[in-house]
Design a binder for this molecule. Structure first.
Ligand code: ARG
Length: 587
């Protein structure tokens, strides 16, 4: 089902062709956008201005020729020219009614699959072994899952891969800690907590004591060369970590297609480095093996160079240490090879925080030097801050564990449910509180601009008003309540729909735009575009519902309003599901 944007673009292209401006030769493609201010119309195009400039003709004149020529009578009221030559389109109430009638029967809610679909690998969550998932992982996990859901719905072939950190130096540190400082009873009570304690203790010790650092490295080497004891312990560490992670994924309804982890690529590392040496991409430097800039890029764009005191210095990508050990980057290079050659992907998205941005820029540059053309993108995000605008911490000053954050959110949601409604059974209340609590944490994340830092606030996250999960869920619950009142309401209107009131028009317009928002959100990987859309839809729904009686109105208003309620309900639920949120039917 073509969106209004697509239909207007086609009509515009046709009118331009008739006027002798053939846009098909790749010369000019008119752009139609949803208007930021709907006072003057729903859609806008700057086509006349963009085209008039190179042709050196008057843009307003071209605009008036265009609105003379364009055939949109079935879609819009008469188009209008504004300012230096914008053309505004206001969709007619009739066209809105027609589209709403077809939306109710459309399983895809007016969202077409994308024309050029890809095999897309999304690398997200990726916690490290022997550490519980902390609040920093929340962003990767929730954003990555949302992108995977949206990409699948739009038709891409998605592989969700959990690239867990289960190899390298930290493993040696936990092994050494286990052998020297294990508190067996603490381990029996809370294994992951004890592993984390060991890791932190030894990490600290090795920073001040080179001998311990050396022993840890030896433990890593033993592990990597197959020492049976170390392997068995390591397997146990992975199992403990993943059991904890799995509980969280289950609660968050998050699923992976593959969980290969860094260790999976280990057998490829040594041959990879040899190959890179042989083909001249890597070379030796001070005993280590590195990839340097090959000076093909503008130095300003080259992540293997840095400017100091007016001079460009090398910041090579290290792929084998002096002692023969491999680096995080080596594993990531090998991982790209596997994903490209074995998994046959067209694009890889790395949903990882922005502190790793140099790592990814270097990784992508190494891939470029090797002639890999697969699209590689770092979907970076900022930090979660506390009220003091410093990285969010618990009262004890530690990084909060994700599981604890979810528990607290659910507890707070439970209080809200208890205050709101006493008719529900205790079991129903627990289910609703779990859904709202999890939704609040996810929505707080997804409604933020991905690239910026944001302040974590319990009050804001669980407020019933504002751009929050409870507000959104409340709107959805309201739509469901209408249908509960009358079991036999026909979901399919018998007669023609008729839109007359302003609030009807506003919500109908919003509903028709779902198919425009989703591709746009995936294009820039910005879940907050979808969140904002749903927030506006919820606001529009509340206004419509307050002003327009539904069940007590006369036909054709009644069936129109029922159709608007039903479509709102479905789009709210569907959109929330794409955000990874499963709203309750009551609250
Ligand atoms: N395990 C890493 C960390 O927690 C993230 C891995 C991201 N993915 C990757 N392919 N490097 O920092």
């Amino acid at each position: 089902m073509a969106t209004f944007t697509q239909q207007l673009t086609r009509r515009l292209t046709k009118a331009l062709t008739t006027l002798g401006h053939d846009s098909r030769q790749g010369k000019f493609i008119p752009v139609v956008t949803a208007a930021a201010n709907t006072r003057f119309g729903d859609y806008q195009t700057n086509a006349a201005m963009a085209l008039a400039k190179p042709l050196k003709i008057n843009p307003r004149e071209l605009a008036s020729q265009l609105i003379e020529q364009i055939d949109v009578t079935d879609l819009c009221d008469a188009p209008e020219i504004a300012g230096p030559g914008f053309i505004n389109f206001r969709i007619s109430k009739q066209a809105l009614a027609t589209r709403i009638s077809s939306l109710i029967n459309d399983k895809r809610l007016g969202v077409d699959t994308i024309a050029s679909t890809k095999r897309l690998l999304i690398d997200f969550s990726s916690p490290n072994v022997a550490k519980p998932m902390h609040i920093g992982h929340i962003r990767s996990t929730i954003i990555g899952d949302c992108l995977a859901r949206a990409a699948r719905f739009l038709g891409h072939d998605v592989i969700a891969d959990n690239h867990i950190g289960d190899w390298g130096t930290p493993m040696g540190q936990v092994l050494y800690g286990w052998k020297t400082h294990l508190d067996q009873s603490a381990f029996s009570t809370n294994p992951i907590k004890e592993l984390l304690r060991l890791y932190q203790l030894v990490k600290q010790q090795s920073e001040s004591n080179p001998e311990i650092a050396e022993t840890c490295l030896e433990e890593t080497v033993e592990l990597q060369s197959g020492n049976a004891e170390n392997r068995a312990l390591w397997k146990q560490f992975i199992e403990i970590t993943m059991t904890g992670a799995q509980e969280i994924y289950k609660r968050l309804d998050i699923h992976f297609d593959t969980t290969l982890g860094e260790s999976f690529y280990d057998p490829h590392l040594a041959p990879l480095v040899e190959k890179l040496l042989a083909n001249g991409i890597a070379r030796e430097s001070d005993g280590a093996i590195c990839v340097f800039s090959n000076n093909e890029l503008d130095p300003k764009e080259d992540p293997l160079l840095i400017q100091r005191d007016g001079e460009w210095l090398a910041v090579p990508c290290l792929i084998r240490k002096k002692d023969g050990g491999f680096n995080y980057a080596t594993t990531d290079i090998a991982t790209i090879d596997y994903r490209v050659n074995e998994q046959k992907v067209d694009e890889i998205l790395y949903v990882v925080d922005d502190r790793q941005s140099l790592h990814f820029r270097q990784l992508f540059e190494v891939a470029r030097q090797r002639g890999i053309t697969t699209s590689l993108k770092h979907i970076a995000f900022g930090k979660i801050l506390g009220d003091d605008r410093k990285p969010f911490k618990t009262r004890e000053g530690t990084v909060p564990a994700l599981g604890d954050v979810l528990n607290e959110a659910v507890e707070r949601a439970r209080k809200m449910v208890d205050e709101k409604n006493s008719e529900l059974s205790a079991e129903q209340k627990s289910d609703i509180a779990e859904r709202i609590g999890v939704a609040a944490v996810k929505y707080a994340e997804l409604s933020q601009a991905r690239a910026s830092d944001y302040v974590f606030s319990w009050e804001k996250m669980l407020a019933l008003q504002g751009n929050t999960a409870p507000y959104m869920i409340n709107a959805y619950v309201r739509t469901r309540a209408i249908f509960r009142k009358l079991e036999d309401i026909p979901r399919q209107p018998a007669g023609e729909l008729s839109i007359t009131e302003d609030t009807e028009r506003t919500i109908a317009m919003k509903l028709c735009q779902y198919g425009e928002v989703l591709p746009e959100m995936l294009c820039d990987y910005r879940p907050n575009l979808l969140a904002t859309y749903l927030y506006e839809l919820a606001q529009n729904f509340h206004s419509f519902y307050e002003q327009c009686p539904v069940l007590n109105s006369q036909e054709p208003a009644r069936c129109t309003r029922i159709a608007l309620c039903e479509t709102s309900s479905r789009i709210l639920k569907h959109g929330l599901n794409l955000l990874g949120i499963s709203p309750p039917e009551r609250m």
